[in-house]
Design a protein around this ligand. Sequence first.
Ligand SMILES: *Cc1c(COP(=O)(O)O)cnc(C)c1O
Length: 290
Amino acid sequence: MQFNYSNIILQQFKATWLPDTILAAMLRLDLLHPEVSGNKWFKLKYNLIAAAAQGKSHILTFGGAYSNHIAATAAACQLAGLTCTGIIRGEKPPVLSHTLQEAMAKGMQLQFISREAYRHKNTTDWASLFPDAFIVPEGGNNAAGAKGCEEILTLADTSSFTHIACACGTGTTLAGLINSALPAQELRGYPVLKGAEYLEQEVSALITVPRPPLWQLVHEHHGGGYAKVPAGLKEFMEDFFIQTGIPLDIVYTGKLVRGVCEDIKAGKYPSGSRILLIHTGGLQGNPLLS
Ligand SMILES: *Cc1c(COP(=O)(O)O)cnc(C)c1O
């Protein structure tokens, strides 16, 4: 399976909150494909290659009712001619979310488990329950996932940027960016989960280069926690769309751009910075707004 990476553009933008002394551009992974958009494809790529190498044509993975990873896995498996099962957190609701309806329509089999059982998913023996399946962890969070994300910075000429910023869930994408950035580039990950200090360890564990460039997690911009919508975020996203034509998602990229905006105002990006923001996609999740 091959996607047309030429849909992905590097888009320089201006916004009222961006001073003239700082340049900013968005790498639009959201334009890759309507459903397999953003970073989730890159995290899946080497997992699907590993599955093929093991002769497995069934993918088993995990996620919540609005998961971009579930959406991307269902779409990618359909395109690749693979079957798949999604283990979904929580009891089956009377009405499925649009994400789950879409995933089912693409052939994903859904299996709902209690939140309690979901918490223990990493110690559950899925291999004996699904002997023919290749197991991809929630969010594509493994070394193969990070390896795929090393390709992101090759999609355009990103060599002149001083800073690279992305939203973080599991931190897998950030790890891939760290592994592939130039030595002088500085990386900043913006976690969307509250209390995600454990991510420092998780990201470090996926770093494969002996001397990684400077990187840090900026923990102040989660806006109350995962999928929480703080006051002003929707307005910020709308205003950003009007100014730039770039749509953002409420869970990840909205918080990233707002976080970078606030950090710029707070002087945390020096004058002369050239900031590359990674648009990791996630737009399929936006109907949860309405
Ligand atoms: C999953 C997701 C992320 C988080 O990626 P990680 O590699 O888990 O840190 C960021 N942005 C969007 C839009 C996502 O769907």
